[in-house]
Design a protein around this ligand. Structure first.
Ligand code: 13P
Length: 256
């Protein structure tokens, strides 16, 4: 990452894991291990753990995020949660457009765009996920796919607002599979994303946006990934569920 220009963001995505007692134990174990982090530390938890996480991290350097948000402010949307509902309990970040939501819950670039704009209007910092399927990589259309996602997901998002967003490049084939993109593959796409942002917003804005890598990032491979110029942090699934592993990644971002 370019430390003089951007601050690294290490975010855990707990997905559908951790009951409340388990969440409490994980946060308690994590707090002392990341207290001297030189990067932004975020934990994105299931909705049911958000209030606990906010309470337990008050006065610490750990920020709390949700894993999704609806785009309407209120109304007949059974099962959904609005951006205002998140900010009122102290949530600061929200993951939007994760590939699991795109794959299993019909999320589209259009709804990702609407959610991103709703989150920004409420003062949340969106972590917007993009990335190609294995088949798309094999067909050599990774840049086409990711470029299209960037264009559509941030449609009508101003230059001022895009600077508040984090973009997570998560190749779908590397998520939960143990297959990490090589540091070179990850850097190539993260640099492409920054180039795309430069086309849309100009180079100064592109340089200010945090671009993370996600997909089987762990204590062993984080340092190499984070040493790359355009990889400004990580969105961590499995390894964020174990305090020592997550802390190791935070340490790699601090030293990198
Ligand atoms: P894993 O780190 O478990 O591969 O998950 C990555 C991810 O999907 C983070 O959002």
């Amino acid at each position: 990452m370019k430390k003089n220009v951007r601050k690294a963001v290490i975010a855990g995505n707990w997905k559908m894991n951790k009951t409340r007692p388990e969440a409490k134990a994980l946060i308690e174990a994590m707090k002392p291990l990341v207290s001297d982090a030189g990067c932004e530390v975020v934990i994105c938890t299931p909705y049911t753990n958000l209030e606990t996480a906010v309470e337990m991290t008050e006065g610490t350097n750990i920020k709390v995020g949700a894993e999704n948000v609806h785009f309407e402010k209120s109304g007949a949307f059974t099962g959904e949660i609005s951006a205002d509902m998140l900010t009122e309990i102290g949530v600061e970040y929200v993951i939007i457009g994760h590939s699991e939501r795109r794959q299993y819950f019909g999320e589209t670039d259009e709804t990702v765009n609407k959610r991103t704009k709703a989150a920004l209007s409420a003062g949340l910092k969106p972590i917007v996920c993009v990335g190609e399927l294995l088949w798309e990589r094999e067909c050599n259309i990774t840049e086409e796919v990711v470029g299209r996602q960037i264009k559509l997901d941030f449609y009508d998002v101003s230059a001022e607002d895009i600077k508040k967003c984090v973009i997570a490049y998560e190749p779908v084939w590397a998520i939960g599979t143990g297959k990490t993109a090589t540091a070179e593959q990850a850097e190539e796409v993260c640099a492409f994303i920054r180039g795309k942002l430069a086309d849309l917003y100009g180079n100064d804005v592109a340089q200010a946006v945090t671009v993370q890598y996600g997909g089987s990032m762990n204590a062993g491979n984080a340092a190499e990934l984070l040493s790359k110029e355009n990889i400004d942090g990580g969105l961590i699934g499995g390894a964020s569920l174990k305090a020592p592993d997550f802390a190791e990644i935070v340490k790699a971002a601090t030293n990198g």
